[in-house]
Design a protein around this ligand. Sequence first.
Ligand code: FAD
Length: 473
Amino acid sequence: MSDKFDVIVIGAGPAGYVAAIRAAQLGLKTACIDAFTGKDGKQALGGTCLNVGCIPSKALLDSSKQFHNLTHNFAVHGITADNAKIDVATFIGRKDKIVKQFTGGIGQLFKANKVTAFYGTGKLLKGNSVEITANDGSKQTISATNVILASGSVPIELPFAKFDNKFIVDNAGALDFPEVPKRLGVIGAGVIGLELGSVWGRLGADVTILEALPDFLSVADADVAKIAAKEFAKQGLKIKLGAKLTKAEIKGNEVALTYEDKDGAHELTVDKLLVAVGRRAYTAGLLADDTGVKLDERGRIVVDEHNHTGVDGVWAIGDAVRGPMLAHKGSEEGVAVAEWIAGKAGHVNFDTIPWVIYTEPEIAWAGKTEKELKDAGIPYKVGTFPFAAIGRAVAMNEAVGQVKMLAHAETDRLLGVHMVGPGVSELIAEAVVTMEFKGSAEDLARIVHAHPTLSEAVHEAALSVDKRAIHKG
Ligand code: FAD
């Protein structure tokens, strides 16, 4: 086979593998290089998301939710079970099987679409060649007209709480604890900290989350954050705001923490510590010195609105570039870049990217928050509707939370939708579609929604924008 490709993608996460498949679909001769090694020591495609992110975390969230429901929520249905136990090896094994199914699936998709997969570390050289270094140190060079950089991100490490991957762990470590830690410390009350804190909390860990910022979940709408904080507290998650970790010391089989808040310094001892303070773009060893590709002050690859780096034929997508670190954002950039390369019109609308946190209750939003609208001086109307008044939610015994809708005060155009409650990870899609089509609250209000479903909360919130919700006093 010739070593000259139309497209080489470096990184096979949700940004890179999707870009590679789309490029191949468009008739471009495509290669994709990835260095990730799975638990079995073999190449595992799919990047962070499939191996140690989105998919395994959702598998564990689902298993732990079943256990928590059995031990806490089933009695109301008349169902009780004595001596309910969790077998952690089976719990982790199920997650590993799901990961393998999906990472293996990418390999099959590559074969079906004739994408050539290389296993190793890719380094962009000047002139759009890529040097691949395999695990055994052997090297080969391939070249292409276009190279797409999709090297993703890695967890940020705190200098005073370095990962040892046994006691002080990152996301990968917290997806693989051999047993339920009695006391789990989590640094960072962001998406990853809340999701993985919930997993182990539901299985019985005493979870304390330290968050340096004074406000809880400040990226979300304030009302949503308030409802979620109350529910998490009821579940026993101890979330301490304005609490800055200053020291973490492994002592025997424990981790001794020191943190500071407005009342001074505090000590806390935990069995495991998850550091989830964010992720940073990963570009180590990716670029030869003379490629001309630039990094910004946060180490992200600089790109324009078309994900072009400014170097002829070199593009970058996903967590390695600006924008939210979300799998679906990277995938859409991958599709768009492949289409731009093929001379088509790619498109990613950053204004309607949905955010989801898979806690209990779930949290989901798209578009502007109320604060953003206020700060921008945009006149708006608000409609809300609680799940407590939704028959399906009550029948499910999951009647917590609400849907909040923000529409332009004059045009009624939908500007933001913020949800907390059952199944909102799925319900948010309706809001995204409406916003993508520049729809109004009135559009949603006039659409027939099946009864009884959770989606009626979306319908009623849209009606509530003009104060005509039916089931609201
Ligand atoms: P990555 O997935 O990080 O993939 C990059 C790949 O490139 C990796 O396999 C890496 O080994 C490889 N690579 C890097 N450099 C080189 C090189 N030089 N040569 C060869 N290969 C290289 N997002 C969501 O949207 N929904 C979720 O529910 C969600 N849950 C998450 C849960 C957790 C615990 C974590 C950690 C993240 C989660 N995310 C979620 C975020 C999501 O995983 C990332 O946004 C997504 O994986 C980014 O995709 P990417 O392709 O840009 O990079």
